[in-house]
Design a protein around this ligand. Structure first.
Ligand code: 5AD
Ligand code: SF4
Length: 478
């Protein structure tokens, strides 16, 4: 595209691999007064893709935009600034975003003053940033470590009319004190750490999100105490591997300790995601048993049930260790619901190895799983591994896996039939007229008859009368 370009920095895969012992910067967010009214009279809209980490980042960016005067538009068509917060975990996540970028091209033709920004994980990939610059009409390109510079980037894009690119591939920083506009008034994301040091061989995240770095416990506890004061009922602690919380701080204070401390804040419900089986320790399991506010659900991605595949994935545990951990957890937290992530068709996965995954799904009694076909990501070790399984075979494996997983979903819901469950009400339900919905403690989507909108954000009791594979239906207990 014929526009000038300001290259503040470009992504580098080589830099993204570096893990130093020191050098994580804690940034205290401060707005340069010169940007104070930059967005006055203008509207923004953020399109968010990918994981909860991206959702939480979008809340920070919304906070920053509103601080400089922007107001939220009803949709991207009515916005002066559209931000795409992107994901690149699998190829199809990217394909979607190329499609949206294509549509925005047309919209920019109709409204040349509209600014389009792309951020999040995709710009962290060298090849994606190159393609965005060359083929799309995007004004601002910035990475996961640059979000606090949003006012500066908008300012430059407005006043120079150039394409502004700022993507650093560093170990990352910890941003404190930024404004936030939370999507919900009763459920909140709370980042407890950023980045990932696991380097599973299929995964791009360690390159897009930087080094594993924990927020100070005081900052986390203060944030949760504030949320309690504001009337929040549920928090979800976020990190790529929350079980590694504190390992980088050299203080012996672990994720389990944090759960015990957060339980004392008075928040009613605590969830957390995502966990790594290797780092899930006894202290965390005991905290799940002891802390009333920690919900009886755990998302524990297993990825494969075959030890040789797990080794090549660099997962650092075996079938046996995984089963041992979840059995211990089931003993300590009776009735806990366990969900997982599974990849089929990892390079070189044989049918026999796939059958070991199916066996694990049965043995583990998962009550849900996100299932994926392996997607090669440039820059990761698995990208170069020999893969001679046909696409057809991979799809067959996925279907067999989904059949088994669905049995678990249904069975997981059936155990609540005729029982009373506690539901945090999210809002109106699309399931039927005058129905509301929310999630039970075990993270089961629950619909119930009521037209009372004042229930939103409240904990109610629902007696389950019917269950389906994906949700439960019940009556409000007065
Ligand atoms: N291909 C397929 N699935 C992947 N995941 C991560 N990387 C890939 C990949 N390259 C899955 C894992 C992870 C979830 C968030 O996405 O199962 O737990
Ligand atoms: Fe996607 Fe991973 Fe980035 Fe989340 S961290 S947005 S899952 S690539």
């Amino acid at each position: 595209m014929g526009k000038n370009r300001i290259n503040l920095s470009m992504p580098s895969l080589t830099d993204a691999k570096i893990r130093k012992k020191l050098g994580i910067e804690k940034i205290k967010y401060e707005l340069d007064p010169k940007y104070k009214d930059l967005g006055k009279g203008k509207k923004y809209f953020i399109l968010t893709y990918g994981c909860q980490g991206n959702e939480a980042d979008s809340e920070v960016m919304a906070g920053i935009l509103e601080e400089i005067g922007y107001e939220k538009a009803v949709d991207e068509k009515h916005a002066d600034l559209v931000l795409l917060n992107t994901c690149c975990i699998r190829e199809n996540a990217e394909v979607r975003i190329w499609g949206v970028l294509g549509q925005l091209k047309g919209r920019k033709r109709e409204n040349p003053d509209m600014l389009v920004g792309i951020c999040g994980c995709m710009p962290q990939e060298e090849s994606a940033t190159k393609k965005i610059i060359e083929s799309y009409d995007v004004d601002i390109i910035f990475g996961t470590h640059n979000r606090q510079n949003l006012p500066k980037l908008i300012y430059q894009a407005y006043y120079t009319k150039a394409k502004v690119v700022e993507v650093i591939s560093s170990q990352g920083n910890i941003l404190e004190g930024s404004p936030k506009i939370r999507e919900s008034k009763h459920k909140a994301w709370v980042n407890i750490m950023y980045g990932c040091d696991e380097f599973c061989t299929y995964c791009i995240v360690p390159y897009t999100r930087g080094r594993e770095r924990s927020r100070a416990k005081e900052d986390i506890i203060n944030e949760v105490e504030e949320l309690v004061k504001e009337g929040y009922v549920e928090i979800t602690l976020l990190g790529q591997n929350v079980n590694a919380y504190g390992k980088d701080l050299d203080t012996n204070y672990t994720f389990g300790d944090l759960l015990y401390d957060l339980d004392k804040t008075g928040i009613k419900r605590i969830r957390y995601t995502t966990s790594h089986p290797r780092d899930l320790d006894l202290k965390t399991m005991e905290a799940m048993r002891d802390c009333k506010s920690v919900m009886p659900h755990l998302h524990l991605p297993v990825q494969s049930g075959d030890n040789e595949v797990l080794k090549r994935m660099n997962r650092k545990y075996t079938y046996e260790i995984y089963m041992e951990k979840i059995n211990k957890l089931k003993e300590l937290v009776p009735g806990i619901s366990i969900t997982t992530d599974i990849i089929v068709g990892f390079p070189g996965e044989t049918n026999e190895q796939f059958l070991n995954t199916l066996k694990l799904v049965k043995d583990a009694d998962f009550e849900g799983a996100y299932t994926f076909i392996f997607s090669p990501r440039e820059g990761t070790p698995a990208f170069k591994m020999v893969d001679n399984t046909t696409e057809e075979e991979k799809h067959e494996r996925l279907e067999k896996l989904i059949d088994e997983v669905n049995k678990g979903y249904k069975k997981g819901n059936e155990r609540f039939l005729n029982q009373e469950v506690e539901v945090l009400v999210d809002g109106e339900s699309k399931y039927g007229k005058d129905m509301m919905c929310g999630y039970s403690k075990h993270l089961k989507l629950t619909h119930f008859k009521s037209a009372d909108k004042s229930l939103v954000g409240k904990l109610v009791k629902v007696k389950i009368t019917e269950v389906k594979t994906w949700f439960m239906i019940g009556d409000l207990v007065e």
